[in-house]
Design a protein around this ligand. Structure first.
Ligand SMILES: Cc1cc2nc3c(=O)[nH]c(=O)nc-3n(C[C@H](O)[C@H](O)[C@H](O)COP(=O)(O)OP(=O)(O)OC[C@H]3O[C@@H](n4cnc5c(N)ncnc54)[C@H](O)[C@@H]3O)c2cc1C
Length: 337
């Protein structure tokens, strides 16, 4: 049985925490298959602490390709290196996050390896008897969950949504093997040229990075009323989320949308105001640590998921909440003088 591989994302000198979420997923698979779990890390100037962290978070092996040519993400060079590694070590399963990098790189590699790839999986498991990877993802507009297999070719490849699983917890006592690989200059050849990196500055805190999200639904009523959601999010140092109905109405832009066809988030606190809790919305926020729901309908679906539910009009509840937070902050500030 070949190994289970996860792609560790390293960019601009930093290892993304999504790499640890993948290790959590991979651990379940490698344990069922009784095989090694490995992470592959490509980049330039990769720090030893990052490699150690991957081992602490569950990797039995780490394949490292550290080369100046991999300083910036260029799909052809990255794919060439991955294909060389896959050809040499022949893992059974290779998973990556459904981030911009994963979504760009994995199809490129799958096509060249002539193997299957299931994008945006929400569940990964092993089929008893065959050891095949069961790749489950929403299909037909989110109305069904389809389980897809790649029985005839290897590796079996899948991308999984970021924030759909908690990161693996580190154990500094773990040991692992580190395999450094060097490749000839010709392998990095690409027709693309890196020009520069432009960061999306449209939101101060993006919903995927935020520890607190205040999300508004159709119950907010109109675009202008979102000022109250924006104010609460700002007070809490969080980001503003929205349901699809809100985005479809143009009250907020798509980067704010949370759910099946939007972003998947996992903040410490998710405040849902005027959101009914449709299954497609819940798909994007159900892993939030704490959920507070404000809805005037006591039977709203969102209350089944919420840790704290407030039945009431958001136009009355939110101003009160904002007032109390401001009072608390003012008290804290005067205590610190
Ligand atoms: C393929 C597909 C993909 C989808 N993807 C997504 C997705 O990514 N994200 C997403 O969100 N949806 C998605 N949807 C849409 C989803 O099915 C729901 O239609 C949507 O989530 C409903 O948004 P809402 O909760 O804002 O509106 P509604 O369902 O209309 O709920 C509004 C809620 O506000 C409450 N309310 C009204 N006034 C007030 C008030 N003054 N104070 C307090 N509460 C009030 C009401 O009681 C109600 O519960 C998708 C649907 C499909 C078919």
């Amino acid at each position: 049985m070949g190994e289970v591989w996860t792609l560790a994302e390293f960019r601009h000198g930093e290892l993304s925490s999504v790499s640890y979420e993948l290790l959590n997923r991979g651990k379940n698979l490698s344990q069922k298959l009784d095989t090694a779990l490995a992470s592959v890390i490509l980049g330039y100037d990769i720090k030893k602490e990052d490699i150690d962290e991957l081992i602490a978070r569950g990797a039995d092996k780490v394949y490292v390709v550290d080369d100046k040519n991999l300083e910036n993400f260029l799909v052809e060079s990255y794919a060439n290196v991955l294909i060389a590694l896959l050809d040499e070590y022949k893992p059974d399963i290779f998973i990556a996050a459904a981030t911009t990098t994963g979504r760009t790189l994995m199809p490129y590699v799958a096509v060249r390896k002539k193997t299957g790839l299931t994008a945006d999986c929400t569940v990964l498991d092993i089929e008893e008897g065959t050891g095949n990877l069961l790749q489950t993802r929403p299909a037909i507009g989110g109305n069904i969950l389809a389980t897809i297999k790649t029985p005839n070719t290897r590796p079996q490849m899948a991308t999984v949504r970021p924030h759909s699983m908690k990161p693996a917890i580190p154990d500094k006592n773990r040991n692992g093997e580190v395999i450094y690989k060097k490749y000839d200059e010709s392998l990095f050849k690409t027709k693309s040229k890196y020009l520069r990196f432009i960061k999306d500055e449209s939101q101060q805190v993006t919903v995927q990075d935020a520890k607190v999200i205040v999300a508004g639904g159709k119950g907010v009523g109109k675009e202008e009323n979102f000022a109250i959601i924006d104010e609460l999010a700002e007070l809490l140092g969080g980001a503003v989320g929205a349901s699809r109905d809100v985005v479809d109405r143009g009250w907020k832009t798509y980067p704010h949308q949370i759910g099946l066809s939007g972003k998947t988030v996992s903040p410490a606190l998710y405040i849902a105001a005027g959101i009914s809790g449709a299954v497609q919305h819940i798909a994007g926020m159900q892993t939030s640590e704490n959920i507070i729901a404000i809805n005037k309908d006591p039977d709203a679906q969102i209350f089944h998921l919420a840790n704290l539910g407030i039945v009431g009009d958001l136009n009355e509840v939110l101003p009160l909440l904002i007032e109390r937070i401001k009072e608390y902050k003012a008290k804290e500030a005067s205590a610190n003088v």
